[in-house]
Design a protein around this ligand. Structure first.
Ligand SMILES: [Cu+2]
Length: 475
């Protein structure tokens, strides 16, 4: 509803030959809408606890966690002037968008970080529909953990909501993980915690849904709702379950899949899933979003409270989302072959790796904050990991020889997951971030069609910081 009215305002503004109707508080001097990053506060912990000082995005007023939803149609431009009111330099990455390189926000590779008090204008086309998010990409282990993440929705190319078999409403669920002390303050003295970095990363003690602990969400019996679920945590893998709600998956990382049942949904950091649920019609008034914190004990992180009239069933079949129609499919008849070997971490470690132009042993690496390596190099940003000509299909074999899972993210591209541990991925899922378990090998392929210097890194941000970051170049 909001998006429709916003669209009609835009239309009206265009009809009047200018943006005058929009010159309300959210516009900067140069008439770009503002995206301000600044300290704020949020009630993250349950009622009765103090609110938490955070760093947050705002388009007007005080910053919120998660940041304000930015919503547009595929092919439209996103235009925002980042104003940095933080005490640190920052940059905004638009995760999953096949974006123009200079707008990718991957500091310091694609832009210099924006110093405190300064601005940067982001202006780019979002070509593909789907569920995305934006977040800090400078000192991101700290800045994302402090709250700098928001929702970016690119609407379906054709009408889907309300059509036969589709949902009638949608709901964005941003999952996050916070490490809070007993006064609900973010723990601030562990940004360089190498013990956490060499394990699963910075694990929090408070999981929030849309910035709240244990929220209760309204649903009508029989109502079909599209959930757009985003894992905005720095490091936590979210294993989720939605019992009694006939959950069916319709998209991963923004890209539509043929609707399929999903008992357990595993989202690594930065991954998204669109799920269709049907409100219960068995007379029960409650259902839960459950999370397995890693010990097999499912805990409720949000409740669905059923109230109101029972709606007629929308049938067993779920309408697939409209196709993107914009992504070139890999040509596997003679691809450029690349490999990514992940090594390091606790319980296995690595004998040596290159860092800062030198080969170092494990102790020297650790003294430099490095405990992981990609292809024998820790955070080597001097040279690209590989180069690909524009239009070339790249086949990558990603091998995790560590004891911990990793969420590998390629900037600027979506890729097809070909296989996991030698088993073909029959669904042909297309993603921008893939979770690779301990001792697992995943094959992916993509068309290198987006020119520029693109980061490839683990989206467990503690791992990214401590060795799992590199880049590739498309020319
Ligand atoms: Cu990792």
């Amino acid at each position: 509803m909001i998006s429709l009215s916003r669209r009609s305002i835009l239309k009206a503004a265009a009809a009047l030959g200018g943006a005058t109707l929009l010159s309300r508080p959210s516009l900067a001097d140069g008439s770009l809408p503002i995206l301000r990053a600044a300290p704020s506060s949020a009630q993250l912990a349950p009622a009765g606890y103090p609110s938490t000082p955070v760093w947050a995005y705002a388009t007007e007023g005080a910053g919120t966690v998660p940041g304000p939803e930015i919503r547009l149609r595929a092919g439209e431009r996103i235009r925002h002037r980042l104003i940095n009111d933080l005490p640190q330099p920052t940059a905004v990455h638009w995760h999953g968008i096949r974006i123009e390189n200079a707008m990718d926000g991957a500091a310091p590779l694609t832009q210099a970080p924006v110093p405190p008090g300064e601005t940067f204008d982001y202006d780019f086309v979002a070509p593909d529909p789907g569920t995305y998010w934006y977040h800090s990409h400078n000192r991101s282990t700290e800045q994302v953990a402090r709250g700098l993440a928001g929702v970016l929705i690119v609407e379906d190319r054709e009408l889907w909501l309300g059509e036969p078999g589709a949902a009638t409403r949608e709901l964005v669920l941003v999952l996050d993980d916070w490490l809070l002390d007993s006064d609900a303050r973010i723990v601030e003295d562990r940004w360089d915690d190498l013990h956490a970095a060499s394990h699963g990363g910075r694990m929090g003690n408070t999981v929030t849904v849309n910035g709240a602990a244990y929220p209760e969400l309204d649903i009508q019996p029989g109502e079909r709702v599209r959930l757009r679920i985003i894992n905005a945590a720095t490091d936590r893998i979210m294993s989720l379950s939605l019992p009694h709600l006939s959950a069916r998956l319709i998209a991963l990382d923004g890209y539509p899949v043929m609707p399929r049942g999903t008992d357990t949904l595993v989202l690594g950091p930065a991954q998204r899933a669109d799920i269709v649920i049907d409100g219960r019609m068995d007379g029960e008034t409650r259902a839960s979003l459950l999370l397995d914190p890693g010990n097999g004990e499912w805990v409720e992180i949000a409740g669905f409270i059923h109230s109101g009239d029972t709606l007629p069933s929308r049938g067993a079949d779920v309408r697939p989302l409209p196709a993107w129609g914009t992504l070139p499919m890999p040509d596997l008849s003679g691809p450029q072959r690349e490999t990514l070997l992940m090594e390091g971490g606790a319980m296995r470690g690595m004998r040596e790796a290159r860092f800062d132009g030198k080969t170092m042993g494990f102790r020297e690496l650790a003294a430099n904050g490095m405990v992981w390596a990609f292809n024998g190099a820790a955070n080597d940003m001097n040279e690209p990991m590989f180069r690909a000509a524009i239009g070339r299909t790249v086949h990558m074999e990603l091998t995790n020889s560590s004891m911990f899972p990793h969420a590998i993210h390629l900037h600027g591209h979506h890729f097809t997951v070909l296989s996991k541990s030698g088993t073909a991925n029959m669904e042909g899922d297309v993603r921008d971030t893939v979770l690779i378990g301990a001792d697992e090998t995943v094959e992916i392929a993509f068309v290198a069609d987006n020119p520029g210097a693109w980061m490839i890194h683990c989206h467990m941000l503690s791992h990214q910081k401590s060795g799992m970051m590199a880049w590739f170049e498309v020319t």
